[in-house]
Design a binder for this molecule. Structure first.
Ligand SMILES: [Ca+2]
Ligand SMILES: [Ca+2]
Length: 501
């Protein structure tokens, strides 16, 4: 009896002194006043707000709830956008869920199409998406936490202006190449030799340009992660990325300027892959600096295979990185979700997820869909695992997440581990790991905890030909107008180059 009561009191004390992990939300900003989040926000204890001073000497002025990377200040959300939105984004996202699970009516379908065709709505939705994204993600993480805290790191998309600068650089360099080879020194040299030399220089220029683009993005992420690195952050959620389809627009334009013709599909993929290889190498060396932090990344919302069409940071392949696809509840992979047997680790629910929306001191919620919503599910569970057993390494936390999934046959060949994260089983395994090996804890949790029962019935429709996009947070996000503008200036550059040829 004595022994038992000792064990009980030991467990009791342990749960009282539960470890508090810090979770970094690297995203579009967090409404730290939201009722769901307010009490969970990390607050820098040594920082006095609003005095324009770095009171705790961590090199960041007024960083109370976290850091705004592009703004270089402590404003982790731009509250000026509050109350500037109509009800339309709420309605649209509601219709989107119905569409994905197949319960949408004909009238609702028509309503959705009308919204999509309205340029004002598309504009509003874009701004709303960026404004609300990080708060929604935070709410999803928060539901799993007991004692952990949320740190907000605000990261914004690359400005189109920077891309203009990059393309201008490529053009100027290309002009130099033209002029060198147009010089009289080469009068006696064979045309084919000159052509070959030009191609080589262009290839070098392309690599240089992509290196600059990769550096631009990595620099931004490095700033975000190095802020997170100043604190003991155990888990970071990264529901953002650069997809193949987004980068292709830029890399194709670089190709067009240099080679003065549009690349075909094969050349496009080859060209974009050069960029991704550089970008992923750079990111790997950044993330390698924080082995005690688990980075959870969204797989992307293009419905494509990351093993073939790269995505970043999703495709960073390290022991302290986990990449997440999105499922409809505990049923199957959502059509919009990226997948990849080699590079997408597992999946989590990411359709029609109800969570906090910025309202400032209110408790409003909204539903959103995307791998952006699946990643924070995993982040929340990971933080909870750390709360249960702070001694676990990042690799062991990942091992528990993977080892306790609900296996699904319909995910075979789509994911590295064909299953959906089971929060209950993962938490049981984490608790058991205090006393037995991780491997043993996983095995015991498997036999004691059942699979989750799906709560949603998915209605299959064959007419699905469109790509349903989830809510995403793109690092390169050009509006259709900006895209046209960029393309136009590239065309002008190419015409100029051709004249000189
Ligand atoms: Ca400070
Ligand atoms: Ca201060």
């Amino acid at each position: 009896m004595l022994k038992l009561s000792l064990i009980l009191s030991f467990i009791f004390i342990q749960s009282l002194s539960a470890f508090s992990a810090i979770v970094g939300i690297v995203d579009s900003g967090v409404d730290y006043q939201h009722v769901m989040l307010e009490s969970l926000m990390w607050q820098n204890p040594g920082e006095i707000p609003g005095n324009r001073r770095d009171d705790d000497n961590n090199k960041y002025r007024d960083d109370v709830y976290g850091w705004n990377v592009p703004g270089e200040n402590g404003e982790v959300i731009n509250y000026k956008y509050l109350d500037t939105f109509t009800d339309k984004p709420f309605r649209y996202l509601e219709l989107q869920t119905k569409k994905i699970i197949g319960t949408i009516t004909q009238a609702e379908e028509t309503e959705m199409e009308a919204l999509r065709a309205d340029p004002d709505f598309i504009k509003e939705m874009g701004i709303f998406g960026n404004f609300a994204h990080g708060t929604h993600v935070s709410g999803i993480v928060s539901q799993f936490l007991n004692t952990s805290e949320l740190m907000a790191v605000k990261l914004l998309p690359t400005e189109p202006g920077e891309l203009q600068g990059l393309l201008r650089w490529v053009y100027n360099e290309s002009m130099k190449v033209q002029e060198i080879y147009a010089g009289k020194d080469y009068a006696g040299v064979k045309k084919s030799v000159i052509k070959e030399k030009k191609m080589k220089v262009r290839d070098t220029l392309m690599r240089k340009a992509f290196d600059m683009l990769a550096e631009l993005q990595t620099g931004m992420l490095e700033s975000a992660f190095s802020y997170v690195g100043t604190q003991e952050v155990r888990v970071v959620n990264g529901s953002f990325g650069t997809s193949y389809h987004a980068i292709k627009k830029i890399t194709d334009l670089v190709y067009l300027v240099l080679f003065q013709k549009k690349p075909n599909d094969e050349q496009s993929l080859k060209t974009a892959s050069i960029f991704f290889k550089m970008q992923l190498n750079k990111l790997s060396s950044v993330l390698n600096k924080y082995p005690n932090t688990l980075f959870v990344f969204a797989a992307g919302n293009d419905g494509s295979n990351n093993d073939i069409y790269p995505a970043s940071p999703a495709n960073v392949n390290l022991p302290n990185v986990i990449t997440v696809g999105a499922t409809i509840d505990y049923v199957k992979l959502a059509k919009f979700s990226n997948f990849g047997e080699k590079l997408v680790d597992l999946a989590a629910p990411g359709v029609g997820i109800v969570s906090s929306v910025p309202t400032g001191t209110h408790s409003d919620v909204i539903q959103m869909s995307g791998t952006s919503m699946a990643a924070p599910f995993v982040t929340g569970v990971a933080a909870r695992i750390v709360e249960e057993n702070p001694e676990l390494t990042s690799e062991q936390v990942k091992e528990i997440l993977i080892g306790t999934i609900d296996s699904k046959e319909n995910l075979n060949g789509k994911l590295k581990h064909a299953g959906i994260v089971n929060d209950r089983r993962a938490i049981v395994a984490a608790r058991l790991s205090q006393n037995v090996s991780v491997e043993n804890a996983i095995a015991r949790a498997q036999s004691s905890t059942s699979d989750k029962v799906p709560q949603i019935e998915v209605i299959e429709k064959d007419e699905e030909n469109e790509q349903l996009l989830g809510s995403e947070f793109n690092l390169i996000d050009l509006s259709p107008e900006e895209e046209k503008e960029l393309e136009k200036s590239v065309r002008e550059m190419v015409d100029n180059l051709k004249k000189k040829e």
